[in-house]
Design a binder for this molecule. Structure first.
Ligand SMILES: *Cc1c(COP(=O)(O)O)cnc(C)c1O
Length: 439
């Protein structure tokens, strides 16, 4: 136990216990899932699929993978499942690899509007480099304008439309996406990475009746291990009966080698937990907490993109104080014991690296068992921290920014006002285990 890595893990656990996490893409693992991640399953190579592996000795691994697939088929009522993607980005890569040829046109929501890099972000990602990417954006209110999306679709005739978000506080209208995709016969991929639990719990409309392919990470609201699954629906398979085989081939040999068997076992366990009535209550509480946190922030004078939330997350618009304040607020919050992330707002007037917003979500605190009363308190703390650093305006001169931020970081590290809030946060947070049984 002398390896300092173990000491760092202990300290990281303490950090998670003492602080309040509001990063909407994170969650705490159920102990049953955590336990299989360090099991002997990690030692085994299982390239290929059940019954057709390239290595011997996979009879039991086959059973585990088939159980994960079976449980997800049952949970989502879909005919095809693949649980081998190593994470969300490779899963999106595989879907695009399966459905498209290089140069085909794809349409996804831009990163600045709350989309994901793998949805066709130009220049820096595979999806922007290998495909002809046409991005759509949110309007002034921060919402997807489905009329604009329809017009773009008719103009550019994409072969694939992606409906999915990482930073979008509103409900996605999958029926409208389907209708728009049908204008040009495009495939519709629903990337529900962020909202999986809300979909399962009935707190967000399901894409199953509308999308051809559905993708989700398994480590966000789904509350499983790091990984992802890909589903194909009845209508997707009706369009192309080879769809499932194409996705399988895109994962291996197209993109990956051996599957992460321990994660796949964890996905199977998480799927069974998600089928329980208590998971519905967890999904409802995520949303109740989100609404309570949004209301508390508004009551304490903060402005939210879209003036609220319809799901598990919200984006604070800090431009009423100054443009580019997100970084300072996120750093100061961390010192005060609350960790979140800076985020672009619609039509970001600053830059993606020094944006003007703060993204907050409630999956982590809900899993710990926190409820509306704690959300009210968290909203007050956040407002106090914003008030404390609101005068720390980002320099307009690009070259001065890093120097300014570094100096700011040093200053806030020992700020006594923030330290005092941190003690209050610690006193409350430490009362909640990372994973509350039945939360
Ligand atoms: C998180 C996320 C991904 C990527 O998942 P990774 O596991 O980080 O690769 C893809 N799409 C959406 C919408 C996401 O939120």
């Amino acid at each position: 136990m002398s390896d300092p890595i173990f000491q760092l893990i202990t300290e990281e656990e303490q950090r998670q216990i003492e602080k309040i996490g509001l990063i909407p893409s994170e969650n705490h693992l159920p102990p049953q899932v955590a336990s299989v991640l360090s099991s002997c399953l990690s030692s085994k190579y299982a390239e290929g699929y059940a019954g057709r592996r390239y290595y011997e000795g996979n009879q039991l691994i086959d059973q585990i993978e088939l159980m994960a697939i079976g449980r997800l088929k049952e949970l989502f009522q879909v005919p095809y499942v693949n649980v081998q993607p190593h994470s969300g980005s490779p899963a999106n890569t595989a879907v695009q690899f399966a459905l498209l040829n290089p140069g085909d046109t794809i349409m996804g929501l831009s990163l600045g509007s709350g989309g994901h890099l793998t949805h066709g972000h130009p220049k820096v990602t595979f999806s922007g480099k290998y495909f002809n990417s046409v991005q759509y954006h949110v309007n002034e209110e921060g919402r997807i304008d489905y009329d604009v999306l329809r017009a773009l679709t008719i103009e550019y005739k994409p072969k694939l439309i992606i409906a999915g978000t990482t930073s979008y506080p509103f409900i996605l209208d999958f029926a409208k996406f389907r209708d728009i995709a049908d204008e040009v016969g495009a495939w519709l991929l629903a990337d529900i990475s962020h909202i999986t639990a809300l979909v399962i719990g009935g707190e967000h409309p399901s894409p199953v009746p509308y999308a051809d392919v559905i993708m989700s990470t398994t480590h966000k609201t789904f509350r499983g291990p790091r990984g992802a699954f890909i589903l194909a629906t009845e209508q997707g398979l009706a369009k192309d009966p080879k769809l499932g085989a194409q996705i399988d081939k895109a994962i291996i040999p197209g993109l990956q080698g051996g599957p992460h068997n321990a994660s796949i076992a964890g996905i199977a366990i998480a799927a069974q937990l998600a089928a329980r009535p208590s998971f519905k209550i967890y999904a409802q509480q995520i949303k109740k907490n989100s609404l309570a946190l949004a209301q508390s922030l508004i009551d304490n004078g903060l402005k939210l993109v879209g003036n609220g939330t319809e799901n598990h997350l919200m984006v604070v618009d800090l431009t009423p104080y100054s443009v580019g304040l997100g970084t300072q607020v996120a750093f100061a919050l961390d010192i005060a014991g609350i960790y979140a992330n800076r985020n672009a707002i619609p039509n970001e007037p600053s830059s993606p690296f020094y944006p003007s917003g703060l993204r907050l979500g409630t999956p982590l605190v809900t899993t710990r068992g926190m409820k509306e009363a704690e959300m009210v308190k968290i909203g007050e703390w956040i407002a106090k921290v914003v008030e404390h650093v609101k005068g720390e305006t980002l320099p307009t001169e690009r070259l001065e920014r890093r120097v300014f931020i570094n100096a700011f970081k040093e200053n806030v590290a020992n700020d006594s006002y923030l330290q005092a809030i941190r003690q209050e946060v610690k006193a409350i947070a430490s009362q909640f285990p990372l994973f509350q049984k039945d939360a």
